[in-house]
Design a protein around this ligand. Structure first.
Ligand SMILES: [Zn+2]
Length: 289
């Protein structure tokens, strides 16, 4: 089981007392009874969520797998804000390698997993954050129909725009649902590989500060869900379980933004179009001209 906690950095894991955060599950399974990378890990470049996750799942750098940013480079707006939601087609992913080696391969909300060659893939994807997301995610899930099947029991599967604690709670429920409903029966015949992802700590840190109470609270909730998933996975595998908790990058509080173009415009050195009253699609069209 491979679980990614977005933006989890070493000082949060090893400086819990100093920061006033309690992570009993990570402490028990990894610090006291497992192995840890105490000094942290060297991330890939660029250290964005999507390149990092595709690197974790392929073992290659962004220059090799080709997912070089979160969003697709699109200065003229042709792709309407699309992200690199998709697993790359250049190098093999762990989902595919596991399946080829006789594992049942599954994933919940792992970034860059649309189109992943696995057995039970609930990918991270979104359109507009509305109910349409469930239908579209269901259409690109493996197998098709699994998201709507799971939603009958757990409620709405969180699309990639819902990075809240509540969204992560749904991701946790989805991972638990796959463990209980898809992997528990399979594990008698073959091992499974399950990847999962939690986003709320990173989002809380972005919105409220890296060391804010909100960020600490989000991380403590993730720690609890991690414990529930480990317990369930230990139960269905009768203890034959390897768990890796990984992260993509750290984060620092941003105190100042410097926008040199504002000064250049005030000095009359550049001109910018007045975009204030125009619809976003008109903006896209005007850039395309
Ligand atoms: Zn991230």
């Amino acid at each position: 089981m491979l679980i990614s906690v977005d933006a989890l950095k070493p000082d949060y894991v090893f400086g819990q007392e100093k920061l006033g955060v309690r992570l009993p599950v990570i402490t028990k399974y990894f610090i006291e009874n497992g192995r840890t990378a105490r000094e942290g890990m060297k991330s890939v470049f660029p250290t964005f969520t999507y390149p990092c996750h595709q690197s974790m799942i392929t073992g290659t750098n962004p220059a090799v797998h080709g997912i070089v940013n979160n969003g697709i480079f699109d200065p003229t707006g042709e792709h309407l804000g699309a992200w690199y939601w998709f697993a790359n087609r250049k190098v093999k992913t762990l989902w595919e390698a596991a399946k080829e080696c006789g594992y049942c391969s599954a994933s919940v909300a792992f970034p860059t997993s649309v189109g992943a060659k696995g057995d039970f893939i609930a990918p991270e994807f979104w359109w507009d954050g509305s109910r349409l997301d469930s239908i579209l995610i269901d259409a690109v899930a493996k197998p098709q129909g699994m998201i709507l099947e799971m939603e009958n029991e757990i409620g709405v599967y969180a699309g990639g725009l819902d990075l809240s604690d509540a969204g992560d709670a749904q991701r946790g429920k989805a991972a638990m649902w796959i463990l209980k409903n898809k992997l528990a029966s399979v594990v008698k015949e073959k091992p499974f590989f399950l990847s999962a992802y939690f986003a709320s700590f990173d989002e809380s840190a972005h919105q409220n500060g890296v060391y804010s109470d909100a960020a600490k609270s989000s991380l403590q909730k993730i720690d609890r869900m991690l414990g529930e998933l480990i317990e369930e996975a230990e139960c269905i595998t009768e203890g034959h379980l390897v768990v890796c908790v990984v992260s993509d990058h750290g984060s620092l509080d941003n105190t100042y933004n410097i926008s040199p173009n504002v000064l250049l415009k005030k000095a009359g050195l550049i001109e910018t179009p007045d975009l204030s009253r125009r619809h976003s699609m008109d903006i896209v069209k005007s850039f395309q001209k």
